[in-house]
Design a protein around this ligand. Structure first.
Ligand SMILES: N[C@@H](CCC(=O)N[C@@H](CS)C(=O)NCC(=O)O)C(=O)O
Length: 264
């Protein structure tokens, strides 16, 4: 069976999970332990980031390379059009989702965590004891701002990221106002990339991800909760309900606990 080394909360991994579900390929999720598990990842794949897909003796790192591999190896239910202009547009949108939406969404989510106590609290696993929840949610905003600044997130960087995301979502609303999917009459890699890489702007509702219940449907205030972008989020919800398997219905066993990696 295919094995997907992942973080449940990774948006690049979400792209791969979407593709695997669309193609109807069963897979086992292996949750990588940040730090130690990534050293094992380095040993098997030559780099330390998730997602990594293992298919027998084949080990593929990077969501784009994995999409490419799956399309070649499992061509049924294709996700990359063969017609040159559709193919070009599909690959361009995927690249845009990875390099623009994904990176800006990560920044905007960190900014939202800094600003919004309720959102910060929602990130904690449901079993977290109340005193600990209280401690986390009561960390002063200035301290979190400092943490944000420590990783290069100045208020200007955040403002630029949020403005870019709003332009991206506006463009997507226009594109989707006249057609069901971004490139052709069928979903393609472009749709799965955009749906997955917008995960941090607003987490999907429904049981698609093993994340705290409070986080489902939540996102960056001022973007996730305003009517302007609702057509985009409605489109994404439909893509999820049509093609992404829920935790209960998936043909895959549930995720393992965080682990380091077995090497054959
Ligand atoms: N270009 C890569 C990006 C993967 C990536 O950024 N993965 C993040 C999780 S979303 C990661 O593994 N971060 C841990 C690290 O960089 O150490 C892809 O498309 O797969």
């Amino acid at each position: 069976m295919l094995e997907l080394y992942q973080f449940e909360l990774s948006h690049y991994t979400e792209k791969v999970r979407f593709i695997l579900d669309y193609k109807g390929l069963p897979y086992r999720k292996i949750e990588v332990t940040p730090g130690i598990g990534q050293l094992d990842l380095l040993r098997i794949s030559g780099q330390r980031q998730v997602p990594v897909l293992k298919d027998g003796r084949e080990v593929i790192a990077d969501s784009t390379a994995i999409a490419d591999y799956l399309e070649r190896q499992y061509p049924e239910r294709p996700i990359i059009p063969t017609n040159p202009s559709d193919r070009g547009l599909c690959l361009l949108i995927e690249q845009w989702a990875d390099e623009s939406i994904g990176l800006n969404a990560r920044k905007a989510m960190i900014g939202a965590l800094n600003r919004d106590q309720a959102f910060r609290k929602a990130f904690l696993p449901s079993g977290t004891p109340d005193p600990f929840k209280f401690l986390v949610s009561s960390v002063p905003r200035e301290v979190l701002d400092l943490l944000g600044l420590g990783i290069g997130l100045t208020p200007e960087t955040l403002k630029t990221a949020e403005a870019a995301l709003k332009r991206d979502l506006t463009a997507l609303c226009f594109m989707l106002s006249e057609r069901p999917y971004l490139v052709t009459e069928q979903p393609t890699l472009a749709d799965f990339a955009v749906a997955a890489l917008t995960m941090y702007i607003k987490f999907p509702e429904g049981d698609y991800l093993s994340i705290p219940t409070d986080l489902k449907g939540k996102g960056v205030p001022g973007i996730a909760d305003i009517g302007t972008f609702q057509p985009f989020f409605d489109w994404r919800s439909k893509l999820y309900s049509d093609f992404r398997k829920t935790e209960g219905t998936t043909s895959s066993p549930g995720a393992s606990s965080p682990t380091s990696i077995d090497i054959e």
